[in-house]
Design a protein around this ligand. Structure first.
Ligand code: UDP
Ligand code: MG
Length: 316
């Protein structure tokens, strides 16, 4: 088999009902490029039999290359593994639930052929998602772009095309807590956005419950900003500033009007306020220290139970 020109990566966590449709639509789209391609399906520890289905697909079509994880490592890590195994000159990342229409890939490829090295897909509309999801997502993208030093495009998920050069650079960035869309903005190169309408899921339910969304948001913030750490300093200054202001007020009240501020409630409020500020600050420092700890452990990013090589159908 000649080396593929395009690699499509789809991370899969319990997407049994979506895989056949994904494969068919992807094949129809990729055939239209007129060049060789491969589809890397990364099974992120599915428990619904997705891995078996991926194996069957790979047996019938050598362009499908399975990467089967030993357990669930999370979406961003699954995509990273796909990138590590990719062989194409351009690599496309897409969700397996068909919320990102495969047809848009042709537009991404067209921009790549014009010379852009990162072509990201911007959601101009999101269908079939709850009000809560849309609002929190929108707030999240705006917050990230405000507080980070990297120019991360708004309303942009992981659906994108990256040139091999970009994939190689990102492959050298082995940080454990990964926020790929930030990393792919950070590397630079010529970048451009393509607008599309995000569709409802083809089948099944979101694999991103609130907990995972919060984790992703925390990774995004801590990977690209020190602002939370600085926030602790600001809060400290505000609290001390307020107390410095309060001292003369109490003294003047006592001297001029003879008022004595009754102690208990005031003291309690101040102690609680300061205690709160200190605990929040400690928590923020803890978030960063935990991440430093994870980096120093130097564990592999993921553990592969079956690599594409185990499945190569080529003779010899
Ligand atoms: N996914 C994954 N591992 C996880 C969670 C999700 O590989 O732990 C995959 C999932 O199968 C899908 C993609 O990541 O292909 C995006 O997930 P999902 O559609 O559930 O997220 P949403 O679109 O709701 O934000
Ligand atoms: Mg989805």
């Amino acid at each position: 088999m000649n080396t593929p020109r395009f690699t499509v990566i789809a991370p899969i966590f319990n997407e049994l009902e979506n895989i056949p449709e994904l494969y068919q639509r992807m094949r129809d789209v990729m055939v239209r490029t007129g060049e060789p391609w491969e589809l890397i399906l990364v099974d992120d520890g599915s428990t619904d039999g997705s891995a078996a289905l991926i194996r069957t697909l790979a047996e019938n079509d050598p362009r499908v290359r399975p990467v089967i994880f030993a357990r669930n490592f999370g979406h961003q890590i699954a995509v990273t593994a796909g990138m590590d195994y990719s062989r194409g000159d351009a690599v496309i990342i897409i969700d397996a639930d068909l919320q990102d229409p495969p047809e848009v890939i042709l537009e991404l490829i067209a921009k790549w052929r014009e010379g852009y090295e990162v072509v990201y897909a911007v959601r101009e509309e999101r269908q079939g998602e709850s009000w809560f999801k849309r609002t929190t997502a929108s707030l999240f993208y705006r917050l990230i772009s405000r507080i980070t030093d990297v120019n991360i495009p708004l309303d942009t998920g992981d659906f994108r095309l990256m040139d091999k050069k970009v994939v190689e650079v990102m492959g050298q960035m082995r940080e454990k807590h990964r926020f790929l869309r930030g990393m792919s903005a950070w590397v630079g190169f010529k970048q451009v956005g393509v607008h599309y309408k995000r569709q409802p899921r083809f089948a099944g339910e979101t694999k991103y419950p609130l907990k995972k969304m919060i984790r992703l948001a925390l990774n995004a913030v801590t990977s690209f900003s020190y602002l939370p750490l600085q926030l602790a300093t600001y809060l400290g200054f505000i609290a001390s500033g307020l107390s410095v202001l309060a001292i003369p007020v109490v003294v003047i009240l006592r001297l001029t009007t003879g008022t004595i501020l009754l102690g208990q409630a005031t003291t309690l409020i101040i102690v609680l306020f300061l205690g709160g500020v200190q605990l929040i600050s400690l928590g923020i420092i803890g978030e960063y220290i935990g991440r430093i700890y994870d980096e120093t452990k130097n564990r592999p990013l993921y553990i592969v139970a079956e690599a594409p090589e185990d499945h190569d159908t080529d003779e010899g």
